[in-house]
Design a protein around this ligand. Structure first.
Ligand SMILES: Nc1ncnc2c1ncn2[C@@H]1O[C@H](COP(=O)(O)OP(=O)(O)O)[C@@H](O)[C@H]1O
Ligand SMILES: [Mg+2]
Length: 303
């Protein structure tokens, strides 16, 4: 079974796609086989960033049952040995509005992918499918810029992920979705009160599920150190969401070389390895490799 890494954010345009492709390239360079999956319903663009202009297949082929497995639609990227891409649908009707049964089937097939690593770019926002694909991973990466609105949106994204994960520990998929639709849950205390209505032991189940959730944050497009911003975010998440294991995985500077690499349809780590952004991405990948190696293979779970 592959180690699954998901990349999410509250806001669009913060660098998820660029980071996904660079991490895929670097992990490929380290000898891992990697499959990238573009789950961004609104902005499927990983293929462009890797210089593939006309993917042969997309997720739509699997969702529409034209392909029997995700393996069949994973396309080897030319010039990037060991890296395959499952291109996005580019059609929000297909991914964002995926019915629960289809979502479960996609998740099941992700686990069957024959690569060491699967990287899922889940796109931005708090749609249920986005949250579910994010939560399904073994390693959760969250991207934000230093912009206060991006940080606030990331906080909201993590809050909803925590609520969804917590409730899923004892409610069915449909019940969780219904409850979240009709109840505005402000913070974890409210969530625990709500859970107690389902049984005395339910709040404990939620607290346990939160303890197992260790999202790692990447600050992107920064011009100065993000340590202070990260500390504030950490305090907020600890206080209101009880997420105590938030980690700062790294910071990537705003870098013109990265923009140029996007214009040349290549990861900056491949095109300009000495660029500041490329160096930051390599340091992030080094830490990520440690996390990958620490994954307990037997205890991996999917929602
Ligand atoms: N570190 C950076 N330095 C300079 N430009 C960046 C950086 N990160 C992202 N960008 C720019 O922002 C654009 C949007 O990034 P992208 O990865 O597509 O965001 P998302 O996937 O989160 O919507 C990129 O095309 C690139 O031009
Ligand atoms: Mg994107």
């Amino acid at each position: 079974m592959p180690t699954i890494i998901s990349i999410g954010s509250g806001k669009g345009g913060v660098g998820k796609s660029v980071i996904s492709t660079n991490i895929a390239y670097l992990l490929g360079q380290s000898g891992y086989s990697v499959t990238l999956i573009d789950m961004d319903s609104g902005g499927a663009d990983l293929h462009i960033l890797m210089g593939l202009f006309k993917p042969k297949y997309s997720l739509t082929d699997f969702i529409d049952k034209k392909a029997a497995s995700l393996e069949q639609i994973a396309e080897q990227l030319s010039g990037f040995a060991g890296i395959r891409l499952i291109a996005g649908t580019g059609d929000s009707l297909h991914t964002a509005n995926m019915p629960a049964a289809t979502r479960a089937k996609v998740l099941r097939h992700i686990r069957l992918i024959e690569s060491d690593i699967v990287i899922i770019d889940v796109g931005a926002g708090t749609h249920f499918n986005t949250l579910d694909f994010f939560l399904a991973a073994d390693i959760h990466l969250c991207v934000t810029t230093g912009d206060p609105t991006a940080i606030l949106d990331l906080y909201r994204f993590v809050k909803l992920a925590v609520i969804r994960k917590g409730l899923s520990s004892f409610l069915s998929y449909d019940d969780v979705s219904q409850l979240i639709r009709k109840t505005d849950i402000k913070d974890i205390d409210e969530l625990l009160e709500l859970a107690a209505q389902y049984g005395d032991e339910k709040p404990q189940a939620i607290e346990q599920s939160i303890r197992e959730f260790n999202p790692a944050i990447i600050f992107n497009q920064v011009s100065k150190s993000s340590t202070d911003r990260f500390s504030r975010l950490q305090t907020l998440m600890r206080t209101y969401l009880r997420v105590s294991n938030l980690e700062l995985l790294g910071e990537i500077p705003e870098d013109q070389e990265l923009r140029l690499s996007v214009a040349k349809y290549q990861p900056v780590t491949s095109l300009s390895p000495s660029a500041n952004a490329a160096q930051a991405l390599r340091s992030i990948c080094k830490q990520l490799s440690n996390q990958i190696e620490q994954q307990p293979k037997s205890s991996r779970h999917m929602t």
